[in-house]
Design a protein around this ligand. Structure first.
Ligand code: NAP
Ligand code: 3JM
Length: 349
């Protein structure tokens, strides 16, 4: 037996379930588990009755998709959930009661005080709190890529206020939305009327200032997720955050224009140095050579890309940043698998 195979053999492996396995995030979960050689003993793929009979490939072998039910979690040790909030609301506690640690990608539990909300580069120590309810929440895609970049700046200059506008791709809504953008684009190019089913208006060749539901304060829930989650993950409710979240006709990877005000002065040059050393971040900032982060370059990548780093000339201590990342990877599936990796390395024996 060679050395690497021997390590594999000695390492404990886990019974893993992916809930929402046929979806945009679920699909990416399966690929990432394989790519990162996650120690999977058995993989249970779960979805709705609509997927009965489907098979998905993992490590060169076809796995049947099973219908999610109350008995799906017997013997399962790690459950990666991405089938929507109401599914998590119902089935995450059932899975946890069966002894499965749930890593939940939905907003169902994120704001509950006894549920840890984790980005491994920012607050990995919070994973220990999985013991309270057996559930760890994965933040929203737009929050993750922003906070990965904010944290190293916060550590040196303390962030007082954040103003963010997002340019979010349709893959954040799921598979059907990706099909809708493709179909509407095709229709319009063929002089036909586009049909809107997933979004309230045409998304092709358009921008929608509406993601998730509108709340009483006039913001959308997606916008408030960025406020609540940033404060919870950074462990600092005094950071003021205001967000405008926009759906744009991009298939994959979210972009964000982020303006921050800091307590201590940090120059653009210092910010670039700090960010260059930070985990999970690649600085792409060479305007003279037309080098800046682009959604099309971030697709399929694990890192969060930051560029257009410049001082805000309208205030004393301010910076502007352009942040881009693959929403299905770092924004969802990769962050969840990274949490699972820390979980088995440090906690599950
Ligand atoms: P999607 O492509 O529409 O996939 C939805 C998945 O959920 C499919 O596998 C679907 O199965 C399954 N599902 C739906 N209803 C179900 C039911 N009643 N029982 C069992 N499975 C059911 O959506 P997605 O983009 O992958 O997103 C899924 C969820 O992940 C979202 O609703 C959201 O809560 C979360 N999400 C999180 C982030 C993040 O930033 N953390 C990003 C995107 C999404 P069928 O194929 O059988 O219908
Ligand atoms: C991203 O429950 C649902 O309909 C899912 C809505 C949703 C969410 C959410 O709120 O869980 C779609 C896309 C998210 C998210 O990550 O917050």
């Amino acid at each position: 037996m060679n050395y690497l195979r021997r390590i594999d053999w000695i390492m404990r492996s886990y019974n893993v379930a992916v809930v929402g396995a046929t979806g945009a995030v679920g699909n990416e979960m399966i690929s990432i588990l394989e790519e990162r050689n996650f120690p999977v003993k058995t993989l249970t793929l779960l979805a709705s009755e609509r997927s009965l009979g489907k098979e998905l490939e993992f490590r060169g072998k076809k796995h049947p998709v099973k219908v999610l039910g109350e008995h799906s979690f017997e013997g399962v040790e790690i459950g990666l959930f991405s089938a929507g909030g109401s599914i998590s609301q119902k089935f995450a506690p059932i899975a946890a009661a069966a002894g499965c640690v749930v890593i939940d990608n939905t907003s169902a539990f994120r704001y509950e005080p006894d549920i840890p909300l984790v980005i491994p580069e920012v607050n990995p120590e919070k994973i220990a709190e999985y013991r309270r309810r057996g559930i760890i929440a994965n933040p929203n895609c737009s929050t993750i890529q922003m906070v990965v970049v904010l944290k190293p700046i916060h550590d040196v200059a303390r962030i007082k206020r954040v103003v963010v506008s997002t340019y979010q791709s349709v893959s954040g809504t799921g598979k059907k939305a990706m099909e809708e953008l493709a179909e509407q684009t095709r229709a319009i190019m063929n002089f036909q009327d586009p049909v809107a089913k997933v979004y309230p208006y045409q998304i092709a060749f358009n921008c929608l200032p509406h993601i998730d539901v509108f709340l009483e304060n006039g913001y959308t829930k997606e916008e408030m997720k960025m406020v609540w989650e940033t404060q919870k993950i950074m462990g600092d409710d005094s950071i003021a955050v205001t967000a405008t979240t926009i759906r744009v006709p991009v298939f994959r990877a979210h972009s964000e224009s982020v303006n921050i005000e800091t307590e201590k002065k940090i120059t653009a040059k210092e910010a670039k140095e700090v960010l260059s050393r930070a985990p999970g971040i690649v600085v792409v900032d060479n305007p003279g050579k037309r080098e800046y982060p682009l959604a099309i370059h971030a697709v399929g990548k694990d890192e969060t890309f930051v560029g257009r780093i410049r001082e805000d000339t309208s205030i004393v201590n301010g910076l502007n940043l352009w942040i881009v990342s693959d929403n299905l990877r770092k924004g969802a599936a990769l962050n969840a698998v990274q949490i699972a990796e820390i979980l088995f390395r440090d906690y599950l024996k």
